[in-house]
Write a protein that binds this ligand. Structure first.
Ligand code: FUB
Length: 464
């Protein structure tokens, strides 16, 4: 067991560390996912939490399962910055500093917590190790002293460098459930395919009031192993009319260009959400705001201008759906960035809250949506069928809902994709992160979606 652990350690270490010269050299990107962090100067001691406080303690194959769980952290997208990292305990708590001690706490989503729980990776004292620099106190790093973890000012001494260096190893407590498909907090996933490859566009979650500012893209050939393509659109530098509320992106393509529909709010003045469109030459960007202004302004139509979705029919005509509180649809012009406002139709079905999604199978159009509030564990997905992208629609009922017996709450804001060249379908959706999530700490899951012979959708079975 110990030998396997060491072997996994060395292959992991060679895969991520690249030395860049300079005293605070940045390490190459860390692999996200479950890991353990071993002290370089006390081999056999690992970062763990005990009574919520961070320590480095011995862990061996004979340690209790609880000790192994306490010594396992999931490396995720930084809560305060996608250039850095956060570390989640098996209980869903985040490693953060408070009064200079390291501890694990639940994410409140406020800026202080997110900064306290974000660390930037630089090269450690020995090849294959990493040192974790505080995001909000960049002169301080995580180090152990008397086997407790502290955030201390960097000292250019051999002992400090060693005490603040860790090797990422295979996790002492591997996952027993499937967990989120991309580690960390993401929501509102739009899953699609381009040229036989899966692409995933989620909201970046973990912010109080969903105040996130950027979108990442991920891609995969098998829906299991995902490549993080980094930030593809950032409201700060990239969108003049939106600062926050980077919500629920939706992707579409036409004539070799890629269009990303998104919503955003301004920090001052009119803070109501508006809906925009950005364009790029590849599915992973970089995207630029196509209009320099919203595609749909707040107040232009009733309801919140959020949750866009584009469906393109077999004849090449694209339709834009959107709205919270009311569902609307309109034909997009061939430029994909304009439409005739006079042609907008209201198609709000009973129970509709938000997150419209439309696809077609065997000549049947499926209109799906989310019901209830995303903060409620009763958030869920329902659908209707119709004979055209504009309806009329026949309501069919709820197909995805909570499973308290297996810890799944608030599943919704989904998208649907067909595996290329098959009649196998998948649904991507978010739910309260398992185990410590809520309506602003959500995770992305993907499950099979199956049909009955008459084309109706079978109840979707969420996997933990
Ligand atoms: O993620 C922010 C908002 O929460 C989305 O726009 C809604 O659909 C809900 O999931």
């Amino acid at each position: 067991m110990r030998l396997r652990h060491v072997l996994a350690l060395s292959s992991l270490a060679t895969s991520f560390l690249v030395v860049i010269s300079g005293s605070a050299a940045q390490a190459a990107p860390l692999p996200t996912g479950a890991r353990s962090l071993e002290s370089v100067n006390y081999p056999g001691r690992y970062v763990r939490h005990l009574d919520f406080l961070g320590r480095v303690d011995p862990v061996t194959a004979g340690s209790s399962e609880q000790t192994k769980r306490d010594a396992t952290l999931t490396v995720v997208n930084g809560l305060a910055s996608p250039a850095c990292y956060s570390f989640q305990s098996r209980e869903g708590l985040f490693l953060r500093h408070r009064d200079w001690r390291l501890r694990v706490d639940a994410n409140t989503g406020d800026p202080t917590f997110r900064a306290d729980a974000t660390f930037c990776a630089v090269d450690g004292s020995v090849a294959g190790s990493v040192s974790l620099v505080s995001y909000n106190y960049p002169d301080r790093r995580i180090r152990h002293r008397d086997f407790a973890l502290w955030l201390e000012t960097y000292q250019d001494t051999a002992i400090f460098r060693a005490d603040s260096s860790f090797r990422l190893t295979a996790p002492w407590s591997p996952k027993t459930n499937r967990g989120p498909v991309i580690p960390g907090l993401f929501a509102d996933p739009h899953l699609t395919t381009f040229n036989g490859r899966y692409y995933l566009y989620p909201t970046t979650d973990g912010y109080a009031s969903w105040s996130g500012t950027y979108y990442k893209a991920f891609s995969s050939t098998d829906l299991v192993n995902w490549t993080d393509h980094g930030v593809i659109l950032d409201h700060g530098p990239d969108v003049s009319w939106a600062d926050n509320s980077a919500w629920a992106p939706a992707i579409a393509t036409r004539n070799g260009r890629y269009y990303l529909y998104f919503s955003g709010g301004a920090a001052t003045g009119n803070t109501a959400k508006q809906l925009g469109v950005a364009v790029a030459d590849t599915p992973t960007g970089p995207f630029r705001d196509a209009l320099g202004q919203p595609l749909i302004r707040s107040g232009q139509f009733s309801g919140q201008a959020i949750d866009p979705m584009v469906f393109t029919d077999d004849d090449g005509q694209s339709y834009l759906y959107w709205g919270q509180g009311a569902a609307r649809v309109v034909r997009l012009n061939p430029d994909m960035i304009s439409f005739d406002p006079a042609q907008v139709r209201v198609i709000t079905p009973p129970g509709y809250n938000e997150a419209a999604f439309v696809f077609k199978r065997n000549g049947i159009y499926y209109f799906m949506w989310s019901e209830n509030d995303t903060r409620s564990e009763d958030y869920r997905v329902a659908y209707a069928t119709g004979s055209s992208p504009l309806g009329p629609w026949t309501t069919r009922g709820v197909v995805l809902q909570k499973r308290p017996d297996i810890g799944i709450k608030g599943p919704g804001h989904h998208s649907v994709v067909r595996a290329p060249g098959t009649d196998t379908w998948y649904v991507a959706y978010h739910r309260f992160a398992v185990p410590a999530g809520n309506g602003t700490n959500r995770e992305v899951a993907i499950d099979r979606m199956e049909f009955n012979a008459d084309g109706t959708i079978r109840p979707i079975v969420p996997t933990p």
